[in-house]
Write a protein that binds this ligand. Structure first.
Ligand SMILES: [Zn+2]
Length: 577
């Protein structure tokens, strides 16, 4: 009987029908499946209809070859699962791309020249906006004036914002469009630069004064909205990502419209996981439900009923967009992280036993868990200090007590400094941290000074998590990191080199394979998409990246220099060098 079965199987597998024939078979290079705790290579990978149908020896892949099958020889390059972004700001990044790039402007003349080019590609009713200059870095040592910006276009609103995002300048047409006149008083927490009369507007503006003008900019719609999405998608794909994240949809008041436009026009070549910002939550959810009903033929407008019947509705991708979570901020960044113990050296302007800031009251966070713990929407919480992690863990414990343990996988965004006792609680509640390893180069030296030796050495405790058998991921937080490079943050997790070249926390360095898991297999797990993504296995999506070298076989400090050759989303090339 056993013999007969075996013969039958052999017969079936050697007579591939048209249904089994692969579209593409890859071989001729390192094919790293990313499955399991140690590197596993296969000789070949077969893809059909956007899914992996086979991963194994080349001799067995032959059964999937038909007349239409394309054989791709990797020529010694390395094939991996497509990278997954676990904390980035895709939409925000895309909107910045639409504006003129003013980084590195040497003087006002260069700034004006770049802005003139921007004027040409801006629709007639849009504002002409640029981003990224530094007043200190320009020959004049000051921001441009209203009169200088009039050289770009005197009859259209022109606005520039510096690289910090806190300072800027506008021309008269922009002030007029924003309803700001010489008689408008300065808002609290900001000011407009004024002439000798103390009233007339000179152009430069700071903080809340800048926001008063910026907030009057017309929302991105149509072509501009499309350009933000496709621009960001091109950049993400060029860094090997087949899944992107917008971890705070609603930072801009036109974000929802931009994403809905992307769904309607099918603009996205890669997946976009969205976590809605707290204050924009209701609007985002309403929009998501209306999209869900629009794209589900059975919905008939009865969205709530449908949700009750199909609790996974928010989990599927509609034209490559999925609402996967909600986002809350519990503390600040490295100068304002909320700790149980004071800073080792106070950040500039802080005195006494400064220990950072709490962002939201406990009751608010408890309310969040009351509302979302029982749903499929994951709760993402920004936290850098251990007091913020305590707040999150306490809220989770209350939710578990009331509603029971669920497979919720709360996301601890950054989770930069955790105490050992917190790590065991994280195990118990199934939370997954996403470490901002991309921040080690720009912020590592400051963290050593401000947070002291213990907290800096134990920050982003990847090795500790690995040893404890706990999942963790790595993220870039672009545009906080100016480039959404996955290989750069893998490199940072492996080497932990600061800007000055010091190793920050040598004991938390991890091997390259484990760092790659943090942006593939574990990243898929974090987003609850491990059934379809993260490893090269039959049945999973053919989300792939081809690299010019194998990260496991290069000198570890050169991982960031590896080149993405091609990115493939569900069998389709979305980036090619
Ligand atoms: Zn962020």
């Amino acid at each position: 009987m056993r013999f007969i079965l075996l013969t039958l199987l052999l017969f079936v597998s050697t007579t591939a029908t048209a249904a089994d024939m692969a579209d593409v078979i890859y071989s001729g290079g390192d094919i790293l499946t990313m499955r399991g705790p140690a590197p596993e290579y296969v000789e070949s990978l077969a893809v059909k209809d956007g899914r992996i149908v086979f991963a194994g020896p080349l001799v067995d892949a032959r059964t999937f070859i038909g007349p239409g099958t394309k054989a791709v020889n990797l020529g010694g390059k390395t094939l991996l699962p497509g990278f997954i972004d676990t904390h980035g700001h895709f939409v925000y990044f895309g909107k910045n791309l639409v504006d003129a790039n003013l980084f590195g402007c040497a003087d006002v003349a260069e700034l004006v020249a770049r802005m003139k080019k921007q004027a040409e590609r801006t629709p007639a009713d849009g504002w002409i906006v640029g981003f990224g200059y530094q007043a200190r870095g320009m020959k004049e040592g000051r921001p441009p004036t209203s009169a200088e910006l009039d050289q770009v276009a005197a009859d259209r609103p022109v606005m520039v914002v510096d690289s910090s995002g806190h300072l800027g300048a506008a021309n008269a047409a922009a002030f007029k469009a924003a309803g700001i006149t010489a008689d408008t008083p300065d808002p609290t927490g900001g000011q407009f630069a004024r002439g000798p009369d103390g009233k007339s507007l000179l152009g430069p503006m700071e903080e809340t004064a800048l926001n008063a003008v910026r907030s009057k900019r017309p929302p991105f719609t149509g072509e501009l909205a499309a350009r933000a999405i496709t621009g960001a998608a091109d950049v993400w794909a060029s860094h090997g990502q087949t899944t992107a994240m917008e971890a705070g949809l609603g930072l801009g008041n036109d974000d929802i419209g931009i994403v809905l436009h992307a769904i309607d026009e099918k603009l996205l070549p890669i997946d976009l996981y969205v976590a809605a910002k707290d204050s924009a939550l209701d609007d985002t959810l309403a929009a998501a439900y209306s999209v869900a009903s629009q794209y589900n033929p059975q919905a008939g407008g009865v969205v709530e009923k449908l949700r009750a019947a199909r609790p996974d509705l928010d989990r599927r991708y509609v034209n490559r967009v999925r609402l996967g979570g909600v986002k809350f901020w519990l503390d600040g960044s490295l100068d304002t992280a909320w700790f149980t113990q004071p800073y080792t050296e106070n950040p500039p302007g802080k005195t006494g036993a400064f220990a950072g800031y709490r962002q939201i009251p406990d009751e608010v966070l408890d309310g969040v868990f009351e509302k979302y713990w029982p749903t499929e929407l994951q709760i993402h919480m920004h936290m850098n200090g251990d007091a913020a992690a305590d707040q999150a863990l306490t809220a989770i414990a209350k939710a578990v007590q009331k509603h029971g343990m669920r497979d919720h996988r709360p996301v601890f965004v950054h989770a930069t400094w955790l105490r050992i006792d917190q790590i065991e609680k994280i195990r118990a509640c199934g939370a997954v941290p996403s470490f901002l390893t991309a921040g080690i180069i720009p912020g590592g030296d400051a963290v050593v000074k401000l947070w002291g030796p213990e907290r800096s050495a134990g920050a982003m405790a990847a090795r500790t998590f690995l040893r404890s058998g706990l999942p963790f991921t790595f993220s870039h937080d672009a545009p906080v990191s100016p480039v959404p490079s996955i290989l750069a943050l893998v490199d940072a997790g492996v080497n932990r080199l600061s800007g000055s070249g010091k190793v920050v926390g040598p004991d938390e360095r991890i091997p390259p394979y484990d760092a790659l898991r943090a942006v593939t297999a574990t990243a898929a797990y974090q987003l609850k998409e491990e059934q379809s993504k993260g490893t090269l296995e039959p049945g999973k999506l053919a989300d792939l990246v081809i690299l010019d070298r194998n990260p496991l076989k290069v000198e570890p400090t050169t991982i960031k220099d590896i080149v993405v050759v091609e990115t493939i989303k569900e069998g389709r090339t979305v980036y090619s060098r």
